[in-house]
Every structure is written in C-alpha cells, then in structure tokens.
Design a protein around this ligand. Structure first.
Ligand code: TNX
Length: 525
C-alpha cells in the first residue's frame, strides 16, 4: 500500500470511528475543548455537561447590543456587570449580539442553560437562574481584564448541574467575618456556580446574629472570638441585605444556630440557660480550661463539646429560647431549611438529646420550614423531609437513610477546609486527615457513591483562621473542586484536566481578588 493511500484510509477510519460514536463518548474529553484552527479554547470550571466546539470565532463589535426576556433581571444584571468590567459599552440596536432568552420548554432543569456562540451569543434557559449560569460561563470564556477587542470561540454548550446543593460553609462564630467579606464570598461562589452559603452563626466563642427577644446574645455573646479579638455580630438588617445580595446571584443563605451544644456564648449571655449542676461538674471532653465559674463565662479557646442548653432540668425555658430564636431566624432567612446544628453534645445532656431534636423539629415544622442538622441528629424522631449533614466518615446514619432522609455530604477527610492544603500547613487541623486535604483529595470525592445525597458542602471552621486572607487560602482553590464535583457529570470529571482548566482561569481568580493557595498541581503563571 502506498503511504498516501495508507494515510487516507487511516484518516477515513478515524473519521468513521468518531462519527459513529454516540455524543456522550465524543464529549468524554474532560479537558479543554479546542475550537477552530486558531485553537481558542473552551476552559471552564466547573466543566459543562456537554461542549460542542465550533470551528470559527466571534469578534465582538466595539459596542454591543443586548436583548433579554423580561423575566430575567438577575442574569441581565450579571451580563451588564460583565460588560462594564471589560469596558464594553452597550448600544440599543434591534440586532442584538448577546441574547438572554427564557425558554420554558427547555428541558435542562431549573438551573440548566444552553450557550451558543455563532454569529452572535445566545443564552437560553427555562429560568433566570439558568441564564445567570450561562452568563457565568460566558464570563469565563472572556478575558478577566479589559482588552482592546474580544474574540470568543464558536461553541455550543448544553449544561446543567448534577446536584442541587453546591455548598460552602463559613464558620463566622469562631472568627467574625465582615459583611463585605461575605458579599465578596458570594460573588466568588457564583462565579463557580456554587449556590448554598451555610453560615455557622453561633458557637461557644461567639453569637453573631442579632436576636431582638434575647438581645444580650449579640451584645454580650457576640463580643468575643477564638484566640481573643473584638468579635462582632450582624444586625438583622445586615443579614437581610446579605440574603438579598446573595439571592440576586443565585446563592441561598442557610443559617445555622448550633443547638443544644456549642452554646457557651448564649450561656454566658444568659446564665439561666445552663443547668444548675454545671458549675460543680467535672470538665467535659478534656476541656480543662472550662471548669467552675468558667462554665458560665465567655470563651475564647478552641475546645469543643463542653457546653449545652439545659434540656434535662429546664425544658420549658430551653424550648422557649429555641422557639424565640428560630422564629426570628425564620423571619430573616427565606430558606426552606433551618440548620439547627446538633453536633457534639455535652455528655450530661446525651440522655435528653434525641427528645430535644424531636422537639426542635416540631418547632421548625411550626415555622413551615424543614430541619437540617449535623448527622448526630439522626437519633431524633425527625421528619423524612429533613436533611442531615454527614461529616464523620464513620458515623452510622443507616436508620436515617432507611427513613428516606437525604444527605448533604461533608465527609471530613474530603471536605474539611480547616485542614491543610498540604501536609504540615501551619494553623490547620489534622484530626480527620493527618496529611491534610490537598486539592486532588477534595476532587476525588464521588457523591454518586451516596444515592441519597443532594450535594456536597465544604465547611471552613475558623478556630485557627483569624483573617480573610487565611480564609481565602483555606477555601480556594479547593471550593472549585467542590463546584466541579457537584456540577459536572462523573464521566466529564478528570483531575488533571481540571487543574489545566483551573490554571487557565487564574486571571479570573485574581479578578475576584481571591488570595488562593498556590496548589502545586496547578500550573500557575
Ligand atoms: C468538628 S464537625 C466540629 C466543629 C469544629 C471542627 C474542627 C462538626 C459538626 N463540629 O465544631 O470546628 O470539628 O475541625
């Protein structure tokens, strides 16, 4: 056979092979999707469900006209922000170059979208949320900072998330974070299509939410933090502002009031919430820094498991307190789920714990909400519509699973972002993973292994995190792995390809002013 003929046959064989494969398989390259001869690449995090590269490019005109369905305010605002950031001015023109189209017949779920870049840019979705995510993808396809002109690869993307719960948890109780930081965090989450911000609002070291019926919770209980320092709290008005800010970016704020343990800040504010026996009890859980009168005082240490409300001896006061607090919480946060904690309860209150959880679920039900709690709460007689947050890799939650309860996955050895980015990172915990939790480990979590999972959340506990730069370092880029693990279908996930796509987005991390950990697996510039 002549070499020429051989090449031709090989070429046609390869062509046939490709052409005959189902769409799914052709899209299996989980890395960057090269388009056209110029090689402009489609490098997105999280990786979309389906990318069909085109062959050409679209150069945006110097002024861009935009059209949007009337019921798409959030995506239109996001698009406006994008164009403003890039210094592209908008002109009213019948011939829109970027279109946001609500199409109720599109079957890509509540959050899915299609992004088509041909002679113009068309984003289609059944909801404003879907369009918003289409705009986020468009944002990643464009440069992070202004350029003289903008060229986009022609491409067709059809995308929707695997999981509805794509979460970040911030412990604002051990260390207080400013409202501005929370808003900035919401912006960053939205850029990677994360959609649940769980705020751990109360703990032993601080109570961070104004409660009008129990005002000292914030003014006294909010005045400390782990390791000393000024503490702080959010007014109800500030939290409403955050809820609204986040909602416009498709992020839901999930408030947690940790009960009945982790309540030292509440007890220090209102001593009557503690059992009378505590002052004379032995230290709990090796917390030798909390004995005697310290059992009723503010706390700035890092021990856990030494405090609890007094369900055993003062049930009426305890439930009155819980009802008052959760009623105000429900009025501030429109979320379906109220997180009531439930972790690491005091030994002496263990006997009353299951009954407590059952009663709190009744209170939550009376507020027309669903219960969300750490997995220990599975011992309570809670509604099957509740969610449990799994954190301890070994905990037996089978009884809850048998009941049909669904899970938010935060297994500590994959998702605890207070653990090191690498072995031996200073100011990190190691109790769950001795060598830390590198990016690759986070990425290896397979939520598909848990049929009852609604998604994944990465908790960032802040006993050892004292400022926002450190918080950034702990959360980023590891939260981008959580974004991809929850958004992208399993067959489109590949760690090496992910790190390549992530490195292409470095400019975007910088634009968002993220002080990320420079993970060595990623080829940073
Ligand atoms: C366990 S896991 C806790 C937190 C700590 C964290 C430190 C869980 C529900 N509770 O109170 O901050 O470990 O890693």
């Amino acid at each position: 056979m002549s070499p020429m003929l051989k090449t031709t046959i090989t070429f046609f064989a390869a062509f046939l092979l490709l052409a005959c494969q189902p769409e799914q398989i052709k899209q299996q390259d989980t890395g960057s999707h090269s388009t056209g001869s110029q090689g402009k690449q489609v490098q997105l995090v999280p990786n979309p469900a389906m990318v069909k590269p085109g062959s050409g490019q679209l150069t945006l005109p110097s002024t861009v006209s935009v059209s949007a369905s009337p019921d798409a305010p959030d995506s239109l605002a996001a698009l406006g922000e994008l164009l403003a950031q890039l210094g592209v001015s908008q002109s009213p023109n019948d011939n829109a170059i970027i279109r946001l189209v609500i199409d109720p017949n599109l079957s890509l779920g509540e959050e899915g979208y299609q992004l088509a870049i041909e002679e113009n840019v068309t984003i289609k979705a059944a909801t404003d949320t879907g369009l918003f995510y289409g705009v986020q993808s468009l944002r990643q396809l464009l440069p992070a900072v202004p350029q003289a002109s903008y060229t986009l690869p022609q491409v067709f993307i059809s995308d929707q998330p695997q999981y509805a719960w794509r979460g970040s948890m911030l412990d604002v109780a051990r260390n207080f974070f400013s409202l501005d930081y929370l808003k900035q965090h919401v912006d960053r989450m939205a850029a990677f299509k994360l959609n649940k911000l769980h705020l751990h609002l109360t703990d032993d070291q601080g109570w961070r939410l104004e409660i009008k019926s129990w005002p000292k919770l914030a003014t006294v209980g909010g005045s400390t933090q782990a390791g000393g320092g000024p503490g702080g709290y959010y007014t109800q008005e500030q939290m409403r502002e955050l809820v609204d800010y986040a909602a416009r970016r498709q992020v839901e704020i999930i408030p947690e009031i940790d009960l009945p343990g982790h309540t030292q800040a509440a007890i220090a504010s209102y001593n009557e919430l503690a059992c009378d026996y505590v002052v004379n009890s032995p230290a709990q859980n090796q917390c030798t820094d909390v004995t005697g009168a310290a059992r009723l005082a503010l706390y700035e240490g890092t021990c856990v498991g030494f405090s609890a409300l007094c369900t055993s001896e003062k049930p009426d006061l305890t439930y009155q307190f819980v009802r008052d607090v959760l009623t105000e919480v429900a009025a501030i946060f429109p979320t379906k789920y109220l997180h009531i904690g439930g972790d690491e309860v005091l030994n002496e209150e263990k006997a009353s714990f299951a009954g407590f959880i059952t009663e709190v679920d009744r209170i939550v039900a009376s507020l027309d909400r669903e219960l969300l709690a750490w997995e220990e709460a599975s011992v309570g007689d809670i509604r099957a519509s509740s969610l449990l947050q799994l954190w301890n890799d070994q905990y037996n939650i089978q009884p809850a699973l048998d009941k049909g309860i669904h899970l938010v996955l935060s297994p500590c050895s994959y998702t605890y972002l207070d653990h090191g980015n690498y072995d031996g990172q200073p100011n990190t915990y190691t109790w769950c993973a001795k060598q830390g939790i590198p990016l690759a480990r986070v990425y290896s979590l397979t939520p598909e292994d848990y049929p009852q999972a609604v998604g994944v959340e990465g908790p960032m506990w802040s006993e050892l995190v004292r400022d926002s730069a450190t918080a950034d370092n702990r959360m980023w880029p590891r939260l981008t792995a959580i974004a991809e693990v929850t958004w992208t279908p399993k067959q489109q996930r590949n760690y090496t390809a992910f790190t390549k796509r992530l490195s292409a987005l470095q400019g975007h991390l910088d634009r968002l002013q993220i002080q990320y950990y420079p993970e060595p697996d990623v080829n940073w510039r």
